[in-house]
Design a protein around this ligand. Structure first.
Ligand code: ADP
Length: 254
């Protein structure tokens, strides 16, 4: 269980309060989607739970572990983070993904690390790129590699900040499907932001709407209603059901 309680944060003493008592909980192996306008504090929330920023107050627990007290290495074993802006050094794709396993192998990688990386590259359709230099690839390809590296880490928790931002529709599908498979098969918890509400509905198990520094609405699909979307995003939508799946239509500004 990931448990975030009453997190408060601002960037500097005089700056506005970005988080003002944000709380959410997410069961192990579930996919939680954080939704909110640009600038509502999604990235800030992620960076607080990752220890990149220090909250003024609040608690972040993963199982019984207080995440805010972990060392960098201990955190790397438990959490993988895929930020919006991804930077690799001049490494091959294979080595970039292998780096995800560094907290397991210490100084020298072994056979099981290579096998794990090969399997992930295969699942993600990245084998053909294995020996290419990451710096020479497109933004979308780099994004896939960052996600592959997070998978190689086999963490308890994966945090994705807009993981499909640079991807075409086929790769969006591929990544979300692979991530969901991983969550289900390995009982990995995923917390992600996604700007596309339909993608969010399709991918997520739980939804957390961030507004004015707090999680104002939380729940399963049934909490994603036109009223909530109107309150959080200032748009009017309709929700239809096709083959048992909810689809959000429209999106006119109110
Ligand atoms: P989101 O991810 O929902 O788009 P962010 O967490 O990036 O939102 O930003 C939340 C607020 O914090 C915004 O008002 C943004 O301008 C501010 N902010 C983000 N990063 C910084 C920073 N490094 N220094 C000061 N303010 C920041």
């Amino acid at each position: 269980m990931l448990n975030i309680q009453n997190l408060s944060f601002r960037y500097s003493p005089g700056a506005p309060q970005v988080l003002q008592g944000a709380s959410l909980s997410l069961e192990r192996g579930r996919i939680g989607i954080v939704l909110g306008k640009n600038g509502s504090g999604k990235t800030t929330l992620f960076k607080n739970l990752l220890g990149i920023h220090r909250p003024q107050s609040g608690k972040v627990e993963l199982g019984k572990t207080n995440l805010l007290k972990l060392s960098r290495k201990e955190r790397a074993r438990r959490i993988a983070y895929v930020p919006q802006d991804i930077h690799f050094g001049a490494l091959t794709v294979f080595d970039s993904v292998l780096l995800g396993r560094v907290s397991y192998f210490g100084l020298r990688s072994g056979k099981e690390d290579y096998i794990a990386v090969e399997k992930i590259l295969q699942d993600m359709g990245l084998e053909a790129l294995a020996l290419r230099n990451v710096e020479e690839l497109s933004g979308g390809e780099r994004q896939k590699i960052a996600i592959a590296r997070a998978m190689a880490q086999e963490p308890q928790l994966m945090v994705f900040d807009e993981p499909t931002g640079n991807l075409d529709i086929a790769n969006e599908q591929l990544i979300l499907t692979e991530a969901k498979k991983l969550a289900r098969e390995k009982n990995i918890t995923i917390l992600s932001s996604l700007h596309d509400l339909n993608q969010a509905l399709h991918f997520g198990d739980r939804f957390f709407f961030l507004k004015n520094g707090v999680i104002k609405y939380a729940g399963d699909q049934s909490c994603v209603t036109p009223e909530v979307i109107r309150d959080v995003f200032d748009i009017d939508v309709r929700i239809a059901e096709i083959d048992g799946e909810r689809i959000i239509l429209g999106g006119t500004r109110k």
